[in-house]
Design a protein around this ligand. Sequence first.
Ligand SMILES: *[C@@H]1O[C@H](CO)[C@@H](O)[C@H](O)[C@H]1NC(C)=O
Length: 252
Amino acid sequence: MAHSRYDQQPVLRTSACVAIFLLICAKTYHCASSVPNYCPLTPTILSSHFGSPVLEECTTVDGGSAFLCSIQCSASASCKAVVTPSCNLSGHCTTCLHCNKLTKVDFGMSNVQFFLHTREIGKNTDGVRFPNSQLIAGQPLLAEIFLAGTRAIFTFVSTVGHSVFLIEIRFDEGSVVANSYIGYRWGAEDRYTPHFNFHQGQTISMFCVVTSTAYELYFDRVLFKYFPHRFSISVVSDFVVNSESNIVSFRL
Ligand SMILES: *[C@@H]1O[C@H](CO)[C@@H](O)[C@H](O)[C@H]1NC(C)=O
């Protein structure tokens, strides 16, 4: 392994190397089946991000290399985020943090690198179902979405079909509308005209943090919408886009 090649490099370089290595080679697998021989393969990856994350339910893990620390997280189903706050220039860390929840990110602070442990739950589709038909607070949602149609519409849907949070980018109006449609009733409409340069045919990266109180939706690392919950997230089962748009990839 080329790990020692980077021994003299700054830690960020080592971490970037770790991320790329994990992405390409070190897919780990969790068995979700009760029949061992038919264990489905669910590849997980660690993705590298820059920003200042707020993390919860963290455990301090013994140091060693940033590489080992990341591998350990990707082997644990509950570990969602890794930060290595105390590494020296050789990539040796006295401690690292494994966290189960991420509740906020300040992308304006781009000096902190963190890793998210996610797996893909859908690609090239117009909707994904969350595991156990349930959205979990603190579990970050990452997606690449192709915007198309006069209005690109993203909706979090409940098990009984409520649109508990929907957001429309209206190219025809140059505006954005956020709302809910619960029990055949529209909620209070939240319409605004941001300074946006979205265009039809564009692919954006979505980063959504779901906390116990709100959705925080980032597009291309900018906080696009903060939307307080109007309905319990424990019954939010699906994320869908309008039929012209496309979910290129969705990970959580
Ligand atoms: C980093 O820490 C390790 C372990 O303590 C040590 O062997 C190494 O020399 C340190 N490297 C630097 C550049 O301080």
